[in-house]
Design a protein around this ligand. Structure first.
Ligand code: MN
Length: 726
């Protein structure tokens, strides 16, 4: 265990300006906070944060990081609060400790491993400061080094698996090869001890039987470079057992066929020297085809740069060689931490490594590094911008769903499954009910409630952010609406044909597609259903010679248009002659039914005499009658005769229905089932929630209309139905 003064001395060694007092206080505070807690190894718990701090001093991290390492488990495992840390050690350290604590909690929440990639992103998104991630990785590294002390096999396995899937790749992503290799090897040791053991034994055998191949090759290569006037440092090593294992698995080959288990590293002084060294090697040895990679001109996404080549080297052994500068080497081993170390330490400036082809966020880090006046400022502004535009949420089963920032439970539902999105009615976030427009945060657990009766709502479009949800809702609404308008339009067109005494055929409509600017017959129905085209226009298009079906005078009034052009059937009807079943009329007198109240057989009626126009029939409660209050001489007492015929009369309804898929459909179906025919309809007002429309129906009498109204009122999507009285 590193002692207090050793730790402080180490930090002061590379950062003379470090706050010695604060480091000492953090050390003592953490020691007291953990008190008599013990690790699985039997060591005092406090040995763990000290070791983690020790690992970070090897990366030469700033004193805030070292203090964070010392304090990193105090909030999670002791009574200490973040507020207390802030009071004692300042905002910066408190924020870092809080960040590490949050990561630890997320880690405990995870059971499933299938979302490894999303989980890595979640960890990155939650590590708002790169130091949080560095402390977390060092924490994990020390826990892995001491994993064998944990007695429960399942727990060991879970931790090892998590390391393999989450933390080793994360270390790789931020370029910390050194951390990655050790994490992987420690996890491999736990997950597949037999495989590891056999690989290690085989490596030992090769090492011994090869007569210290390592040293032979190193010597020969060094000699070669020296002769060519090139200053180079050559080192050789066996590849890590896990990387050999992965290669065996990946390429499905046995250990015997695995040739390049030896890797040599050549470190030179400049980029041009890298290519010089490559030239020396390629001109002396046979090159293994397909193994040459130039990661200097094309760096890896994590900023890694080197030349790789495969050779039949000294002693006819197949070897792999990596050529790089010292700086590239540091970055390869320590990634982001190396950049920082360069700025702070006495190493060369990293200017040469600022390269437009590097991974965006590494470049951003470097930009800040370049322009910040001191390392603290650099770290202060270093945010892991990479995944800041995303949020990661859990399903109740622990599955991780990645969404854009600002996403809502509806987006979440659609991301899980379209069906769940379509039928979602509510959501719980972390166990609490939230509105559907609630914005989700990182780490939220989201439970979506669904109902089979729910369909996507146009309202959702106002707050959802994912393209998938938007597309799905729009398509759904379009389809449903189209289907309804089509059905409605078809009924209206068929009816119009009947009324005009024609037999309806779709063939007739095929012939007028062009004329009505429609692609299919269905389109015509939709146009009519929507009211863009009237049934009369369709009739006129099919039978241009039919003079009865003349255009309306006022085209904007669909209903008036229909009445201005009375269908053939009506031309012969009671409304035009005196065969009207009304008692009290003077024979031969013209009769009109008022458009304001649409009187129906069975209703109490009254007539108003208009000079030159005959009698207009109103219902007794029609408001228009108020205008004639002081002209009693114009009133005529009327009544329906009892033998009223079954001829249809037009009744007009004012209907308010929900603006949602299905409502128009149920309107027309219900009317049809009640043996009434829609002769026209006109939308008078429409908004997000409902539309109001005037519906003209052919009914036999007032009871028939009242029956239809009662049936309509029973529909859940219809909010009100009244006789239209204008
Ligand atoms: Mn820890």
């Amino acid at each position: 265990m590193i002692r207090q003064f050793e730790l402080v001395e180490t930090v002061k060694g590379y950062d003379p300006g470090a706050d010695e007092d604060a480091l000492n206080r953090a050390y003592v505070f953490a020691m007291k906070a953990h008190g008599s807690q013990r690790r699985a190894s039997g060591d005092p718990y406090f040995s763990h944060p000290i070791e983690v701090a020790g690992i970070l001093t090897q990366l030469k991290l700033d004193s805030a990081s070292i203090m964070t390492a010392l304090l990193h488990d105090t909030v999670e495992d002791t009574d200490t609060t973040v507020a207390e840390i802030e009071t004692r050690f300042g905002k910066d350290v408190a924020r870092l400790v809080d960040g590490v604590t949050k990561l630890t909690r997320i880690e405990l929440q995870s059971e499933s491993s299938k979302d490894a990639e999303n989980f890595r992103k979640l960890v990155l998104a939650m590590s708002e400061d790169i130091r949080v991630l560095l402390v977390k990785l060092a924490d994990r590294l020390h826990n892995m080094r001491t994993l064998h002390f944990v007695s429960a096999p399942e727990k060991r396995r879970r931790i090892a698996l998590e390391t393999m899937e989450i933390y080793a790749p994360l270390a790789e992503r931020i370029g910390m090869q050194h951390f990655k290799d050790e994490l992987e090897d420690l996890a491999f040791r736990e997950l597949n001890p037999d495989a590891r053991e056999s690989i290690v034994k085989r490596l030992q055998f090769l090492q011994e039987s090869g007569g210290n191949l390592d040293a032979t090759v190193t010597k020969e290569l060094s000699e070669l470079f020296r002769k060519d006037g090139l200053e180079a440092e050559v080192t050789g090593r066996m590849k890590a057992p896990y990387s050999i294992w992965r290669k065996m698995q990946h390429k499905d080959i046995g250990f015997e066929q695995l040739s390049d288990i030896m890797a040599f590293r050549v470190i030179v002084n400049s980029v041009s020297a890298c290519y010089h060294a490559l030239g020396v090697l390629h001109s002396h040895y046979s090159v293994v085809p397909g193994r040459f990679k130039d990661y200097i001109s094309t760096p890896k996404l994590n900023g890694y740069r080197s030349l790789h080549t495969g050779l039949i080297g000294p002693a006819r052994q197949r070897i792999e060689v990596q050529i790089r500068t010292r700086e590239m080497h540091e970055i390869a081993e320590y990634g982001v931490a190396a950049h920082w170390l360069y700025k702070q330490g006495d190493g060369p400036e990293p200017a040469g490594s600022v390269d437009g082809r590097q991974y965006r966020w590494v470049r951003e880090l470097l930009d800040i590094l370049e322009h910040a006046s001191n390392p603290e400022e650099f770290l202060e502004h270093t945010k892991l911008a990479m995944f800041q535009d995303q949020v990661f949420c859990f399903t109740p089963k622990g599955e991780l769903i990645s969404l854009p920032r600002g996403a809502t439970p509806v987006d979440f539902a659609y991301a899980v499954h379209s069906e769940i999105g379509d039928t979602c009615v509510g959501a719980k976030v972390n166990g609490r009910m939230v509105p559907l427009k609630h914005q989700l945060a990182n780490g939220d657990q989201v439970e979506v409630m669904t109902s089979k009766n729910q369909t996507p709502s146009p309202d959702w479009e106002k707050f959802i952010v994912t393209g998938k949800a938007k597309a799905r809702i729009r398509r759904f609404i379009r389809q449903r609406e189209r289907a309804e308008y089509m059905e409605l339009g078809k009924q209206i067109v068929q009816k119009a044909f009947r009324q005009q005494g024609y037999e309806f055929t779709e063939k007739a409509l095929q012939g007028i597609l062009k004329k009505l600017k429609a692609e299919t017959v269905e389109d015509i129905y939709v146009h009519v259903g929507r009211g863009n085209t009237t049934a009369n226009e369709v009739i006129r298009a099919v039978f241009p010679g039919d003079r009865q079906a003349q255009p309306a005078r006022s085209d904007d009034e669909a209903i008036d248009a229909a009445e201005a052009a009375p269908p053939k059937a009506k031309a012969k009807s009671h409304k035009k002659d005196n065969a009207v079943p009304i008692k009290g009329l003077i024979p031969g007198m013209a009769v009109h039914f008022a458009h304001c109240c649409h009187p129906l057989p069975g209703e109490r009626i009254v007539g108003i005499v208009t000079t030159g126009k005959g009698v207009t029939v109103h219902t007794i409660d029609c408001q228009t009658l108020d205008n004639f209050q002081d002209q009693p001489e114009r009133w005529v007492d009327l009544a329906w005769s009892t033998d009223s015929s079954n001829d249809p009369y037009t009744g007009r309804l004012h209907v308010t229905l929900a603006n949602e898929p299905g409502s128009l459909g149920s309107l027309s179906t219900t009317i049809g089932r009640n043996r009434a025919n829609i002769t026209n309809l006109k939308i008078v007002r429409r908004n997000v929630d409902f539309f109001e429309m005037l519906v003209d129906l052919e009914v036999t009498n007032v009871k028939h209309l009242t029956d239809v109204m009662a049936a309509l009122r029973a529909m859940p999507t219809i909010t009100s139905v009244e006789r239209a009285r204008t």
